[in-house]
Design a protein around this ligand. Sequence first.
Ligand SMILES: [Fe+2]
Ligand SMILES: [Fe+2]
Length: 207
Amino acid sequence: MRSQVLSWLAKNVSEHRLQHILGVEKMSIDLAKHYQLDEEKAGQAGLMHDLAKFFKPSRLLEMASANQIEIDPVCAENPHLLHADVSAIVARDEFGVTDEEILSAIRNHTLGCPEMSDLSCVVFVADALEPNRGDTPELEALRQESFLNLYQGVYQTCDYSLKYLLSSRLTIHPRTVLTRNWALQIVKQELKKSSIDLDKKERVKIK
Ligand SMILES: [Fe+2]
Ligand SMILES: [Fe+2]
């Protein structure tokens, strides 16, 4: 299937985008391996996440409504955001992907989603941080964080794109904020739990 997808991509996306896609595929596999997730699913979701990247706005809107995808006001104004949902449709219809986890990871790669699976988190983070995105110290730090704690990687990736959207005066989709708050909450709970555990250990020592 990989070679089929690659030849489809060669006809439907730019060379520059293809390099990004291959970067996402690789980083998704690396993260999946690191967090003991299904590497094959991660690679497939990474490879297919941007299938619809170059579809025209009218085509994205048409395909989304034909497939009962909700077009909220922000997406109606910025149909490009629908390329994530539409890429999942292409993965299903063109390449016969039926695995819901892979399809969701493709759908969630741009805006994320509260409660998304670890596989979705992996592709979400890889999309923003794969090596072709650049080598600024900020990106390097984010890459390291994403291998230390996946949820930390998710909320910091959201912060990173929110900063960009704010400074460029671009519309922010509320789901980016919801995803950020969800992942941040998990990190905070983990921190709280580990400090309680540490506290318990300390008390045991004192006894
Ligand atoms: Fe994308
Ligand atoms: Fe992408």
